[in-house]
Design a protein around this ligand. Structure first.
Ligand code: GLN
Length: 228
């Protein structure tokens, strides 16, 4: 095949961290699947590009954008002021909530109750950023994924896990004896991110997302995975 040098064609390389159900997980064939993969595929189709998904640690995603190893991040990534200094975010395509997971018999019932406890988080996530800011370094234990953090909770090594609500539901379902508190730590916007200054791709992706929202595709994709 011939190299395609036009704006259309080529590959859209999406970075993600596939430990985040139902936004991204790895299926039995080792493919990354989930809401973000489906949205990215729909966006790539609109752009006339092939989608390639690169699975990496969550805290490697922004550096990988900066190093041109990937073109776009879709990873249930929350828009924060600090990240906005490093990347350009698209329009938001979903809402997330930072939830608190505790053992069923835990005395922890509110955000305030976390004050003198040890809380598990996924490294570099907003759960990490908020808990480190609110509770102090000494009260936070960082893990490579929410799955590993939840395992530490099950093993009694930590008192709670602060993590996004949808993966929290999946982790609680997969383990005995855990519950999610009704109280919310924070409500957030998820967006895709491109390298800072890549306005061409940013505009293309925003147009695609706008169309996919208007025609119901985004709602449909999310409803395929999240059944309220
Ligand atoms: N929404 C959280 C964040 O952006 C967690 C994302 C993730 O773990 N994939 O920090």
């Amino acid at each position: 095949t011939e190299a395609n040098t036009s704006a259309e064609g080529g590959t859209l390389r999406m970075g993600t961290n596939a430990t985040f159900p139902p936004y991204e997980t790895v299926d039995e064939n080792n493919n990354v699947v989930g809401i973000d993969a489906d949205i990215a595929k729909a966006v790539a189709d609109k752009l006339g590009k092939e989608l390639e998904i690169v699975n990496m640690e969550f805290d490697s995603l922004i550096p990988a954008l900066g190093a041109d190893q990937i073109d776009i991040v879709l990873a249930g990534m929350t828009v924060t002021p600090e990240r906005q200094e490093q990347v350009d975010f698209t329009e938001s395509y979903a809402t997330g909530i930072q939830s608190i997971i505790v053992p069923e018999d835990s005395a922890i019932a509110t955000v305030e109750d976390l004050a003198d406890k040890t809380v598990g988080v996924q490294t570099g996530t907003t759960g990490d950023i908020y808990c480190t800011g609110d509770l102090g370094e000494e009260h936070v234990q960082r893990f490579e994924s929410g799955v590993v953090a939840t395992q530490a909770l099950v093993n009694g090594q930590i008192d709670a896990v602060v993590i996004d609500n949808e993966p929290a539901k999946a982790y609680v379902e997969a383990n005995q004896g855990l519950k999610i508190l009704d109280t919310e730590y924070a409500v957030e916007d998820y967006a895709a991110a491109v390298k800072k200054g890549n306005t061409e791709l940013l505009d293309q992706v925003n147009s695609a997302l706008e169309e996919l929202k208007a025609d119901g595709t985004i709602d449909e994709i999310i409803a395929n995975y999240i059944h309220e």
